[in-house]
Design a protein around this ligand. Structure first.
Ligand SMILES: [Fe+2]
Ligand SMILES: [Fe+2]
Length: 196
């Protein structure tokens, strides 16, 4: 359903995540914060779509709730919330955003960029839910996986909605995003980060 070309190797969970839980959970907390910040940025920059703006406001709240849930987990486990780090994967996906064209075209790019991050995050959560040995965390990631799948759907739906009276082919552009993502994801799945 997500259309991702390459799955994450469970090696990442077994050999990287399990041994570096504090780093992964801390990184995860900031992934949720960045998702909230990104939703707010779309909300602020495209006021000509008030329905989308409201939806982004609700999404930002949901992502901040996820942030709180992750921090809570860190505390429950007696771990320490670390500092925010650069997300190299997200920065590489960001390079693919086209910044030229109409406001609609730019908004569609931003929605597809967000859909891409949600799709890969959802896939990573699924791999975590399936392979992590801690049952409580497995349940936690299963729940979050469902949310991120819904967010992916939301962004794709809005990209198509905005594209309605344009000649932008969202399906075609989404395929290009998937191809690009496949070309970079092979370098990842090795580090103690959600997209690492
Ligand atoms: Fe989230
Ligand atoms: Fe999300």
């Amino acid at each position: 359903m997500l259309g991702l070309k390459l799955p994450t190797d469970p090696f990442w969970v077994k050999n990287v995540v399990e041994n570096n839980l504090e780093d992964v959970l801390s990184d995860h907390a900031y992934c949720e914060q960045k998702a909230a910040s990104n939703a707010i940025s779309i909300m602020v920059n495209f006021p000509e779509y008030p329905e989308l703006a409201k939806r982004m406001a609700a999404l930002a709240r949901e992502e901040l709730e996820h942030y709180e849930m992750v921090v809570e987990k860190i505390q429950q486990k007696g771990l320490t919330l670390g500092r925010e780090r650069k997300d190299e994967y997200v920065n590489e996906i960001r390079k693919f955003i086209k910044h030229d064209g109409s406001r609609k075209a730019i908004l569609i790019e931003r929605l597809l960029f967000a859909a891409m991050i949600e799709a890969r995050s959802c896939e990573r959560f699924k791999v975590l839910a399936t392979h992590i040995s801690d049952n409580e965390l497995a349940e936690f990631y299963k729940e979050l996986m469902i949310s991120e799948a819904n967010h992916y759907t939301l962004f794709i739906k809005w990209a198509k909605e905005i594209a309605k009276d344009t000649n932008i082919d969202v399906d075609k552009r989404w395929k290009e995003y998937l191809e690009y993502e496949a070309s970079i994801i092979t370098q990842y799945g090795k580090k103690q980060e959600i997209h690492g």
